[in-house]
Design a binder for this molecule. Sequence first.
Ligand code: UD1
Length: 425
Amino acid sequence: MDPVEALRIVGGSRLSGEVDVLGAKNSVLKLMAAALLAEGRTVLYDVPGILDVEIMAELLRRLGCGVAHDPEQRTVSIEVPAALEHRADYDLVRRMRASICVLGPLLARCGAADVALPGGDNIGSRGLDMHVGGLQRLGAEVASEHGYLLATAPGGLRGASLWLDFPSVGATETLLMAAVTASGRTVIDNAAREPEIVDICRMLESMGARIGGIGTSTLEVEGVASLRPVEHHTVPDRIVAGTWAVAATITLGDVRVRRARAEHLEIALDKLATAGASVEVTDDGFRVRMETRPSAVDIVTLPYPGFPTDLQPQFIALNSVAEGAALVTENLFEARFRFVHELARLGADVHTEGHHAIVRGRERLSGAPVEATDIRAGAGLVLAGLVAEGETTVHEVHHIDRGYSGFVADLRRLGADVTRVGVPS
Ligand code: UD1
């Protein structure tokens, strides 16, 4: 049997030192898709060296692009041809749900897009109804057959008034990328306002798109005939930065997080301060210090600027060793609590009921083998492992690799006892 990789963590180290944050996974994948909108060479900077970037690079190659990803230089260079293929196959799309973000640009550029229905994280149903409904309002015909979404707009897309039932990140991006070269004016109401949406809007603007209301829940797009390729710096990853902030707090450490934007993490950092941490905003990020056992903090996940669902597992880990009990409410992905069964293997006391979890803090967790079920659950388990007594092995580490570039090296530099090990599959 081939060995697969796991992380072996010996708990008890206090993390201290400095760590740099790279560009956001949830932005760069969409920026790569946005590059499809302009013929020529687009270059992206601050690109994290993660598996999902490789998967997206491969997807773009199959569409006819030349893609060079340089993890050392942290760049991706994309050469987009005049004529693109318009089919995204299941073998890649099933590995990464974010592949769906090629739907809007392909439809805009080719008048047709065949995109396999995505898989991705195992964190709930994650429908596509708002993507599809919005594209139909922009004049596309969309059918679902044999596991593919088949979208066509032979006469081109036309601007329209769109309203999202919920400020979906993915649907906002699909509709934005479809609208920028549609004829006439599009208004997207109840749009998502995540920093990653602002990032793609800024890139599209420098490509020549005309977008009003950036950063608000109403985006107004005036369609333009064509876009030009650009060079663009990716926004820093607020979820990775937030994970380091929790790591400092849970290990009673002192970590300076550089190249991060504290303003993108206001609620999360405020919660850490409530838990007892000292949070200091610096020129290029923030510093988090913790000296005493944390106090439990309630959280409610919501679309930005609310508390991010992608930091919920890390905060459950924090609450599992805190003084007192916390109520955690998950409003975005119903299956996101699945990982608490793994956390329970470390001795955590978490009771879930629908989209609520009650976490009663324990004085100590005890190391055990556990399994990561998605990227953020994996991060939560690593944080718990850092404070659990003895040895914790986090299996299925490939989930963590999808979102955290150089995670083990950074953890070790900060003083954690973490090793990548091969285990029999
Ligand atoms: C993105 C992020 C993910 C983050 C999430 C919320 C990427 C690659 N992933 O996911 O890390 O947790 O935003 O901040 O950027 N929904 C529908 N119909 C739709 C679209 C969405 O029902 O047409 C539902 C989903 O099932 C989910 C909720 O809306 O329950 C949120 O989804 P959305 O905001 O679209 O998240 P993603 O773009 O999938």
